[in-house]
Design a protein around this ligand. Structure first.
Ligand code: CUA
Length: 180
């Protein structure tokens, strides 16, 4: 408690103990290392989030997603009835977030890179890819692009991680990754 002034009024002229200087230096150097890591991760990191975003409208975005689905639908997901879309490897793929689904179900090939576009056509949603540690906010009016290269075959869940109303807990999607 600093209700009373310090007894030694010129405390800032006291010599600093060596051990304290040592800790200040360590903390400063560690701060630089952390800063360098932040920059380095963008260049050499394996899992970077989107740094690409465009203005769009729900109508324009939905039109692009529907055009992709119309061309490349290969079947229907059993439990949800959503179309399963297998776009060409390396292409732009579109995922629509809306109350309360991720549309469509994407089927991607292992080891191929895709430009995954994300946008909402109504409300704010959250794109959370299970079980990886990815969580992105998805806004209406903005189209984000994430470069994605699946490294494992299997079915991956997409969970909405932004509360979006009464059906929020039901808003789960799927990405299937197949070997080719
Ligand atoms: Cu969409 Cu919660």
């Amino acid at each position: 408690m600093a209700i009373y002034p310090p007894t030694n009024r010129v405390w800032w002229r006291e010599p600093v103990a060596k051990i304290e200087i040592a800790w200040i230096v360590i903390a400063f150097v560690w701060g630089l290392v952390m800063f360098g890591t932040m920059v380095g991760w963008h260049i050499w990191g394996q899992q970077n989030l989107s740094n690409e975003a465009y203005r769009t409208t729900p109508e324009a975005y939905l039109a692009k997603a529907e055009a992709m689905a119309e061309k490349y639908t290969i079947g229907e997901e059993g439990d949800s009835g959503l179309p399963i879309v297998h776009p060409p490897a390396g292409s732009d793929v579109y995922l629509v977030a809306r109350l309360w689904q991720w549309w469509p179900v994407l089927q991607l090939e292992k080891g191929k890179s895709y430009r995954l576009h994300l946008s909402s056509v109504d409300w704010q949603h959250g794109f959370s890819l299970v079980p990886t540690n990815i969580n992105l906010q998805v806004h209406p009016g903005y189209e984000m692009v994430v470069t994605l290269t699946p490294t494992e075959a299997g079915s991956f869940g997409i969970v909405c991680n932004e509360f979006c109303g009464i059906g929020h807990h039901l808003m789960a999607g799927k990405i299937h990754v197949v070997e080719k």
